[in-house]
Design a protein around this ligand. Structure first.
Ligand code: PHB
Length: 390
C-alpha cells in the first residue's frame, strides 16, 4: 500500500499537472525620471486588473517583475529583457512605453519562447517585427487618421505638421498627411523635431511663418506634450485662433490640472478618455485610482496595461501555464471583449487591437476640473498604418 502511494505521488509530480507554478511576467517601462508617471500608470492598470481578477489563473500564481527604463533606451531595454528571460525566467514580456524599447526586444522573443504584450508603444511596424507580439494600446495611425477629416471639415485647407522625429511621430505625420491631402487639403510644411527637444519657441515661430491655418502635432505623452501645449499658448498661437489638432497624448488627464485653460477646447483623437461613460470604465477607474493613490494621476497607459493583463491571463489559461509562446499568441487572435475604453478585439492578422477612436474636446466640469469629453466616435478602427509598415 505504501509503495502504491509513493508511486502515485511520483507519477503526479512527473506529469507536472497537479503542481501549482508561479508564472512570471516581466514588465519594462519608465518607473523613474521625467516619464515616471507613465510607468506608474502601467503599474496601476496591472494592479487594478489583479485586484479585480485575482493573482492566479487556474492553479498558477501570476507574479509581476518590473524593470525600469526611464527614457527611450533600446540597449538598456534589450539588456533588461535578456536578464528577465534568463535570470528571472519570465514567461511573458510586457509594458514598453517607447517604441525603440519595444523594437529592441522583438528579435529575442522567438528563441526565448516568450510572447510580448505591448501596453503602449504606438508605431505600426512593431507588430510586424515578430509573430509573438500582441498590442493592446493604439497606433498613431489609428489616433491621427480621423483628425484629418475633423480639421478639413472645419474648413481648414492649409495645415502644418510638427512631430517628434521617431517611429510614432513619423507614422502620425504620414497618417495626417495622407488623410488631409486625400480630402483635398495641403500640408504646407512638415517639421520633425529631435525627441529631446524641450525649447519649442523656435518651432512656434516656424508655425507662424508657414502661413498654415492650423497645426497637426504629435509628441510622446509626458513633459514633452506639456511643454509643447504651454509653448503654443505662450507664443500666442491659441489666442490667434490657430487650432492645434493632435492625438490624445497631448491632453492626458494627468496633465490637465497643470494645463488648465491652456488646453480648454482642444480637440484630440484617442482610444481612451478617463471620462468614458460605461459600466466597465467605472469599475476600472475606481480600481485604478485606488491603485495609483492620487486620482488625478490616472491616464491612458493604465488602460493599455489593464487590457494587456486581460490578454496575458487568456494566454496563461490557453496554455495551462506551460511555456508555449506560439500557442499563447494563437489563442488570443480574434479575441474580443469590452474594455474600459469600449468594444475591442485582437485583429487575427496583425495582432493589434481593433477599437473605437474618439474625437474628444477638453471641457471644464461644474466642479472646476478638466476632462476629455467624447464628442464623436469612429467605430471599430483597425490599424490603417499596417499597409504602410509592410
Ligand atoms: C511611443 O514611443 O511609441 C510612444 C510613446 C508615448 C506616447 C505615444 C507613443 O504617448
Amino acid at each position: 500500500m505504501k509503495k502504491l502511494v509513493v508511486t502515485t505521488i511520483a507519477a503526479i509530480l512527473l506529469s507536472g499537472t497537479a503542481y501549482a507554478d508561479t508564472i512570471k511576467v516581466g514588465v519594462i517601462g519608465p518607473f523613474s525620471g521625467p516619464f515616471a508617471l507613465q510607468g506608474k500608470n502601467f503599474k496601476a492598470g496591472i494592479d487594478a486588473y489583479m485586484a479585480l481578477n485575482g493573482n492566479s489563473v487556474g492553479d498558477d500564481t501570476v507574479e509581476i517583475v518590473y524593470r525600469d527604463v526611464p527614457q527611450a533606451d533600446p540597449a538598456q531595454s534589450k539588456a533588461l529583457a535578456q536578464e528577465l528571460v534568463v535570470k528571472e525566467g519570465v514567461q511573458y514580456l510586457a509594458g514598453f512605453y517607447f517604441t525603440p524599447d519595444a523594437m529592441a526586444v522583438t528579435p529575442l522573443l522567438k528563441q526565448a519562447n516568450v510572447p510580448m504584450v505591448v501596453m503602449n508603444a504606438a508605431t505600426s511596424a512593431i507588430v510586424t517585427k515578430s509573430p509573438l507580439v500582441v498590442r493592446t494600446s493604439f497606433t498613431t495611425w489609428q489616433t491621427s487618421t480621423p483628425l484629418a477629416k475633423v480639421a478639413f471639415d472645419k474648413g481648414i485647407k492649409k495645415m502644418i505638421s510638427v512631430v517628434s522625429d521617431y517611429g510614432p511621430g513619423i507614422d502620425a505625420e504620414n497618417a495626417f498627411k495622407t488623410g488631409f491631402e486625400g480630402l483635398g487639403g495641403s500640408v504646407v510644411e512638415t517639421i520633425r523635431m529631435p525627441l529631446a527637444t524641450n525649447d519649442f519657441s523656435p518651432i512656434m515661430q516656424r508655425i507662424k511663418d508657414s502661413g498654415a491655418e492650423g497645426v497637426f502635432a504629435f509628441l510622446p505623452s509626458g513633459p514633452t506634450t506639456l511643454g509643447f501645449v504651454k509653448a503654443y499658448n505662450e507664443n500666442g498661437l491659441k489666442a490667434a485662433g490657430t487650432p492645434l489638432y493632435g492625438p490624445g497624448d497631448f491632453t492626458q488627464e494627468s496633465d490637465l490640472p497643470a494645463l488648465g485653460d491652456m488646453a480648454l477646447g482642444m480637440q484630440t483623437g484617442f482610444h481612451y478618455s478617463v471620462a468614458h461613460d460605461s459600466p466597465e470604465n467605472k469599475v476600472f477607474v475606481e480600481a485604478a485610482r485606488k491603485a495609483i493613490g492620487n486620482p488625478a494621476e490616472l491616464s491612458f497607459p493604465a488602460v493599455g496595461a489593464y487590457d494587456g493583463m486581460y490578454v496575458i491571463y487568456k494566454m496563461i489559461e490557453a496554455t495551462g501555464g506551460e511555456q508555449d509562446a506560439a500557442k499563447a499568441v494563437e489563442a488570443v487572435k480574434g479575441l474580443s471583449w469590452t474594455s474600459p475604453r469600449g468594444p475591442v478585439s485582437i485583429d487575427p492578422e496583425s495582432r493589434h487591437i481593433t477599437q473605437n477612436i474618439y474625437l474628444r474636446e477638453v471641457a471644464k466640469a461644474d466642479d472646476g476640473t478638466y476632462y476629455n469629453k467624447e464628442i464623436q466616435t469612429f467605430e471599430n478602427q483597425k490599424d490603417p498604418g499596417l499597409a504602410a509598415a509592410k
